[in-house]
Design a protein around this ligand. Structure first.
Ligand code: 3HC
Length: 699
């Protein structure tokens, strides 16, 4: 049986225990251990069998690291066949999270008892998969089709009480789970309870179910922008309701194997591990301790500062929101209250919850009120001199050891730190707008930032629900430095012959949440315009890459806020529409620069934009600005609307083949612009040596 699974008798009840830290994933050792234990229990004098887990959780799913490797018997379906046909009553004892294959094990047991704190769910869709061991067939038989559609297509876990009301769990207890499960087993035996197999429960398809599946399918098609697993899940659920269990199971297996072979799942599994790796900082000594952060000061009550304040207050951390005038903080607080009122109206939060959050916030127009906070995040105007002034002031006010962070998107953390007498306490914490929604936090390490301060920022990021990525110091850090190249190529595609709607549609059909020119309209074209005004002609680069944007701003088209930018916007719906006036501006810009427009195909647009990102990403990696390629993918998927099912720009080129990527980049260099397309030496070297981005570590 090995050490991953043990079996013992407690009176007339056999107890199988899984012990496979950290999350009791169904590795080969666990599957074969449970198989052996079931065989032992079948032959001994036990009358019922409890399946429980040690450690922090019930089985949290198949072992994701085993996907893509040669299968090792027993497979999970074979194990569950043995469990379903076991001669004794079987009872799953659930604590922590019973997820994916783990919950499918529980659903195959005859009865389920759970701790009140437990959660159950089928999150496979988040990995581009579907429950591949009967989950799509047993769940609707137990909970009904509508509940199964919701649970499996969302992938979100539900609490034990909720599972009880859906008949997915039979009993909920407050403590002593295994004892309670053994007692429950004895009770069932005494009552003469029969084996109860979810596989034998009837299920049929009503007209309402059919309508529901069609409408959920249509909604998901739009929402998931080309993800295939959700549609495959609906196929399996439809099979569950229209075919016998065995046939449904066969369909589920086919759809599962198709998902597993799909590059979308490889990308989503890559993102699962990328997200977890991002939290690990290789250069920090193992014993580095993060400081406790119980109170935070946010400077700047505008959109960004307000959003950041919401993140902290929601996590139960006390916030002091500071701005120059009472009027500014009052306006900032009103905007936050308005945001929460919308959340209450939409049913996302209760009024009591928002009251509790708002109670964590105080406001002030006096910097001295930041004397005792554990951390300050500055979110003022993006100007180095202004930021330096703020930090010099904070240096004189804040307690020793307080973390001093800047939310700058571009400026030098080292220059900001130099305005203080404690540069070791200073670092960047770059949030993304809207800060209360976007999951990414770039933690930017200055030359002097201490290990403790970095560890603290990473830990705080986790506490407020962000995915934090460490970036070294350079202009624009990881995300915005790469974005300049992406934006440049979008502008060049336009002036060379494409249209705004072709560029945005090409990128959106490929999977981006929003096309690049629509994003520029949303952010405001005047921001880039003002930034360019500060630059020399040389710094601004190729005029073809900004001429149209300049002309749009000069024509009063600032983007969505002025009702027009690259598009015309409907004042009511904010729906974008093509505008002939824009093409007139583009035509004039082409004439000024002597550019003869040519036909574009969508593939060229997608390749130029994604390869511009990845090529710059490879340079960041080689310079040591990013710790690992997957960190760059996390930045793009969580901060810039890059589709997770493509796995980020670095995974995109790794999966297309680095050799193909380098060939295309070299072609762009030779055919378009050698200055824009300087092939990253790292990519050329990896291709020459047969290496992979995923394995690259800078020495
Ligand atoms: N397989 C392999 N490793 C896993 C894993 C899994 N299913 N789930 C978690 N891990 C690893 C993580 O990579 C991490 O490793 P690390 O310490 O080396 O970085 C470690 O376990 C701890 O994970 P977390 O940091 O995520 O721990 P948390 O306590 O924050 O969360 C959890 C625990 C809620 C269980 C979370 O890990 C999770 O959601 N896991 C994935 C669950 C899942 O997707 N299950 C379905 C798998 S697919 C499947 O079952 C197919 C089946 O239908 C056939």
């Amino acid at each position: 049986m090995g050490t991953a699974v043990t079996y013992e008798r407690q009176g007339q009840i056999g107890v199988i225990r899984v012990n496979n830290p950290p999350v009791n994933a169904l590795s080969h050792a666990v599957r074969s251990g449970i198989m052996d234990a079931l065989a032992t229990a079948a032959d001994d004098a036990s009358l019922a069998v409890v399946l429980a887990c040690d450690g922090r959780t019930f089985i949290a799913g198949a072992d994701i690291t085993e996907f893509g490797k040669p299968p090792q018997a027993p497979s999970l379906p074979d194990l569950l066949l043995a469990l379903d046909n076991h001669p004794k009553l079987t009872i799953a004892a659930i604590h922590g999270t019973a997820l994916g294959g783990g919950f499918e094990v529980a659903l195959t047991c005859n009865y389920r008892i759970a701790l009140a704190t437990a959660k159950v769910g089928l999150p496979e869709v988040k990995l581009g998969l579907l429950p591949g061991a009967g989950g799509t067939q047993r769940t609707p038989r137990l909970a009904g089709l509508p509940a199964a559609v919701d649970l499996i297509t969302s992938g979100n876990p539900i609490a034990a009480e909720n599972a009880l009301s859906l008949h997915l769990v039979d009993k909920v207890v407050g403590e002593n789970l295994v004892d309670a499960a053994v007692a429950y087993g004895s009770e069932l035996v005494e009552q003469g309870a029969q084996k109860r197999q979810a596989s034998t429960l009837p299920l049929s398809l009503t007209t309402e179910d059919e309508k529901l599946i069609a409408s959920v399918g249509a909604k998901l098609l739009k929402k998931t922008r080309g993800e295939r697993a959700p549609q495959r899940i609906l196929n399996c659920l439809l099979a569950a309701a229209t075919q016998p269990f065995e046939a449904g199971l066969k369909r589920e297996r086919e759809e599962f194997m198709a998902c597993l072979a799909d590059p979308q799942s490889a990308a989503l599994r890559h993102m699962f591990f990328a997200e977890r790796a991002a939290g690990k900082i290789d250069s920090l000594p193992k014993d580095t301790k993060a400081l406790d952060v119980a109170s935070v000061g946010i400077i700047g009550a505008g959109t960004m500062g307000g959003g950041i304040a919401m993140c902290f207050a929601q996590a139960g951390i006390k916030v002091t929101l500071v701005d120059m005038t009472d009027e500014a903080v009052k306006l900032g607080l009103e905007k936050i209250a308005k945001n929460y009122a919308i959340s209450v109206k939409r049913g996302r939060l209760t009024a009591d919850q928002t009251d509790a959050i708002m109670a964590n916030m105080t406001t002030s127009s006096n910097f001295n009120d930041l004397a005792h906070v554990d951390m300050v995040i500055e979110a003022v105007f993006e100007n180095l001199e202004v930021k330096k002034d703020v930090f010099a002031k904070l240096d004189g006010i804040c307690k020793p050891g307080a973390v001093l962070a800047s939310n700058t998107s571009y400026q030098s953390i080292d220059a900001i730190a130099a305005a203080t007498t404690r540069p070791e306490s200073v670092l960047g914490m770059h949030f993304f707008s809207p800060a209360n929604v976007m999951k990414l936090l770039e933690v930017v390490k200055g030359a002097a930032s201490s290990d403790t301060v970095i560890a603290t920022a990473m830990a705080v990021g986790k506490k407020i629900g962000k995915v934090s990525v460490l970036s070294g110091m350079c202009y624009g850090f990881i995300g915005n430095r790469m974005l300049r190249h992406y934006g440049r190529e979008a502008s060049l595609c336009l002036i060379e012959g494409s249209t705004p709607s072709q560029i945005d549609s090409a990128m959106e059909s490929w999977g981006m949440a929003m096309g690049p020119l629509a994003v520029s309209d949303l952010a405001g074209l005047d921001i880039g315009y003002k930034a360019r005004e500060q630059l020399s002609a040389e710094q601004k680069g190729d005029p073809a890459s900004y001429r149209v944007a300049d002309r749009l701003v000069e024509a009063g088209r600032l983007g969505q806020k002025s009702g027009a930018g690259y598009y015309q916007y409907d004042p009511e719906t904010r729906q974008r529409q093509e505008d002939p006036a824009v093409m007139a501006i583009v035509t004039e810009a082409r004439r000024e620069l002597g550019i003869t427009p040519r036909q574009f195909d969508d593939e060229e647009i997608v390749n130029r934009l994604t390869l511009a990102l990845a090529n710059e990403g490879a340079k960041l990696l080689q310079e040591g600005i990013a710790q690992r390629a997957s960190d760059i993918d996390v930045v793009y998927c969580y901060g810039y609307g890059f589709p997770r099912f493509k796995g980020g720009p670095m995974h995109t080129i790794e999966s297309m083949g680095l050799d193909k990527a380098v060939t295309l980049i070299n072609e762009f260099r030779d055919q378009l612009n050698p200055e824009h397309w300087q092939t990253a030496p790292l990519l050329t070297n990896l291709v020459a040596n047969g290496g992979q981005l995923a394995d690259y570590h800078r020495d």
